[in-house]
Design a binder for this molecule. Structure first.
Ligand code: PMP
Length: 285
């Protein structure tokens, strides 16, 4: 059976899963999304993803046509119908189709789309040897322009930074905020270890409130590693003892070099390794 895609309560074969070209999700990037993982058939931190999705929608004045409970049930149904246990789930809610022109009042029927599929974001060797990243000159969206807390269907800000990274031979890139402080990477949050402390930029640095980020903060504390939010600059990264990124798709991935400068001795750090393995255990619990 071909992969089944959920659109507005119905399932369609992958090649027949289509929405209108008049959907404002396509016309203007007007909509919100989530990227989730299921492990052994259970969605990791489903509630947190639902809360973030509905908050993103609220922030853009988009009414999701179904309840959180229904959404959770539909996500699970999409996994079941495709017999998927370990999967990546992409959930989108578009503004719906309407007439040309920005006015969201001229749209109807926000579309809920659920795709459950497999994903390999980064090649396995990078989990073993670590990523080399650069700082992009494209800064993260100013929160007064579009809050980075909103996981919107318009990812051009991050895509421009990703292109800079790729042009420099790096598959991930660091983004700073308007103050020149470290924000996050194009699709992942960032952490460093310094003098036995685990540090990550605060939410008001203009970042996505990452669910993996929060899981790692919990995990570190439960392993006796002091973990806190702290404003970070590139200097802090250059002199860090260890560095890694987190995200639902990426999970936990080490960083060994930033802008051509090795982090510590350029090897994957011991705490990073410890947290990578603790995270693996956590998601399978
Ligand atoms: N920052 C950005 C910009 C992201 O798109 C993502 C998700 N890919 C993350 C951070 C990580 O968030 P999460 O752990 O919730 O997947």
């Amino acid at each position: 059976m071909p992969l089944q895609i959920y659109i507005a309560g119905q399932f369609y074969d992958k090649e027949n899963a289509k929405i209108s070209v008049y959907d404002h999700g396509l016309l203007y990037g007007d909509g919100v999304f989530e990227g989730m993982r299921s492990y052994s058939g259970k969605v990791f931190r489903m509630k947190e993803h639902m809360d973030r999705l509905y908050e993103s929608a609220k922030a853009i004045c988009l009414n999701i046509p179904i309840s959180k409970e229904q959404m959770e049930a539909d996500v699970n149904k999409t996994l079941q119908i495709n017999s998927l246990k370990d999967a990546y789930i992409r959930l989108m809610v578009t503004r719906g189709s309407g007439s040309l022109g920005l006015d969201p009042n001229r749209t109807s029927n926000p579309q809920v789309i659920i795709i459950a599929d497999s994903i390999t974001l980064y090649p396995e060797e990078h989990y073993l040897k670590g990523l080399k990243i650069i700082t992009a000159s494209t800064i993260r969206n100013h929160p007064a322009a579009l809050s980075p807390r909103i996981k919107s269907l318009n990812y051009l800000n991050n895509i421009m930074a990703k292109i800079e990274g790729l042009q420099a031979g790096c598959i991930e890139a660091l983004m700073l905020n308007i103050q020149g402080e470290v924000a996050e990477c194009t699709g992942d949050n960032i952490f460093i270890m310094k003098n036995g402390e685990l540090l990550t930029p605060p939410k008001d640095a203009g970042i996505l409130d990452g669910i993996t980020r929060n899981a790692i903060l919990d995990l570190a504390r439960s392993h006796g590693i002091p973990a806190m939010e702290r404003t970070l600059t590139r200097h802090d990264l250059f002199v860090a003892d260890e560095c890694f990124l987190t995200g639902s798709a990426a999970e936990v991935i080490p960083v060994v070099s930033i802008d051509g400068r090795p982090i510590a001795d350029g090897e994957v750090g011991t705490t990073t390794k410890k947290l990578m393995s603790a995270f693996k255990t956590m998601v399978h619990q």
